[in-house]
Design a protein around this ligand. Structure first.
Ligand code: GCO
Ligand code: MG
Length: 404
């Protein structure tokens, strides 16, 4: 039996902030887990360092389910992004260790391959329809089979999802207070149909198209949007409404057949239990890092399978390559895989987190390294100290605070 003898929390900023937990066992095996929560990185770092790491020393590394329950049920205080991100980091590091000790990739431990590669989507965006079409072309040329489309809204200075750089979309910015953006549902609903229609017209029906609303609409507005976009046959419409009130989705569902994806801010099965049971969504956007790790997310996906809901795991740049490797392990092994988001990381980030997964022809391939197939280069990471950065906030034109 192998025991955990060291637990280190690393914070690094190779282009953006990442928090990583590294566990070391008595036989020298190491395991890594992503613990990054965008804009709240140091809260998770402190939770791990002060409250979790000391309890891990001496624990049986192989007892993954028991450790999960020890940290979740045992702590009395449950759920929430900080706690669930910290638990996820421990869980992924333990799966990584188990895989390395067994000499198998984690997807083998989870039941083995259900597919040969993981279909991914990229982010095409631009201020104008013309810029959007060029961005989609870039992804098509790279071999992508699915593309998320976001565009500027005429009359608004900036829009969610429209990046300043190409291929790397990063909404968090340096500073002690967040940048403020303006949102207008009226202007948005007036322009978005033309954007998605333009992309469909140019690229035909082979390419899968996705669009993210980032929690900005009321249920009935989301229903209107879903109907408006039906002719363009989206693969999914993402986060049309904030989903704390899960029954909101009943209204959307009653009015549109556009498939719905929700869940990148969810942390536990209790955030989506009704959505699954009532078949109110089609794809679940949760991520390994923010929902308690492989152990908990696998359980949720098993429940989802009963209701024919498929995965669409979050894979934005603020989830590190360690999270991506863990997501790929699940993507390979669950029967109800849908699509994986893949926003590329910068070359600096890729160098700090050497990984076995590769991109080819629209698929991510996890490779066959034992464990998660990803590591943290601590020496290189030390060259990129933490930089405070925050996600923006949004107000309506009259100054009312709105969902970002
Ligand atoms: C997505 C997300 C991201 C988030 C970001 C927040 O669909 O990829 O909406 O763009 O805004 O991950 O930290
Ligand atoms: Mg999103």
């Amino acid at each position: 039996m192998s025991r955990v003898v060291e637990a280190h929390v690393n914070v690094t900023c190779p282009g953006r902030n990442f928090v990583t937990l590294k566990l070391v066992c008595d036989d020298g095996t190491t395991g890594v887990g992503d613990a990054t929560l965008n804009g709240r990185e140091l809260a998770v770092e402190a939770y791990l360092r002060e409250h979790v790491c000391p309890m891990l020393i001496g624990r049986e590394a192989g007892a993954i389910e028991d450790t999960w329950r020890y940290l979740y049920n045992g702590a009395y205080w449950r759920r929430g992004p900080v706690t669930m991100t910290a638990i996820a980091a421990v869980d992924c590091a333990l799966w990584d260790i188990k895989g390395k000790q067994a000499g198998m990739p984690v997807y083998e431990l989870l039941g083995g391959r259900c597919r040969t590669g993981v279909t991914v989507y990229g982010h095409a965006n631009g201020e104008t329809v013309g810029e959007v079409l060029d961005a989609v072309q870039t992804y098509v040329d790279l071999g992508y089979k699915a593309v998320r489309v976001q565009a500027g809204i005429p009359g608004l200075e900036s829009t969610y999802g429209v990046s300043r750089g190409k291929l790397f979309y990063e909404p968090a910015e340096g500073g002690l207070a967040p940048r403020e953006e303006t949102w207008s549902t009226r202007l948005y609903l007036r322009s978005i149909g033309e954007v998605l229609g333009g992309v469909r017209e140019r690229f035909g029906h082979e390419l899968e198209l996705l669009h993210d609303v980032h929690h900005r609409l009321s249920p009935i507005e989301a229903a209107q949007l879903g109907r408006l976009l039906e002719p363009h046959q989206l693969f999914w419409l993402e986060d049309p409404v904030p989903a704390e009130l899960q029954s909101n989705l009943r209204v959307v569902r009653q009015h549109t057949t556009t498939p719905i994806a929700i869940g990148e801010v969810f942390n536990s099965i209790w955030d989506c239990e009704q959505l699954l049971r009532e078949q109110l969504i089609d794809y679940l956007r949760m991520s390994v890092v923010h929902s308690g790790g492989i152990t908990h997310l696998r359980r949720i996906l098993h429940l989802a399978e009963l209701y024919r809901v498929r995965s669409g795991f979050h894979g934005a740049t603020d989830l590190s390559p360690v999270c991506m490797a863990a997501a790929l392990a699940l993507d390979m092994a669950i029967p109800n895989f849908g699509l994986q988001e893949y926003m590329r990381h910068t070359p600096e980030t890729d160098a700090v987190f050497p990984h076995a997964y590769t991109f080819a022809d629209g698929y991510l391939l996890p490779g066959d390294q034992p464990g998660l197939g990803v590591d943290l280069d601590e020496e290189l990471a030390a060259q990129y100290p933490y930089q405070p950065a925050l996600l923006p906030v949004t107000r309506l034109p009259d100054g009312t605070m709105h969902d970002w």
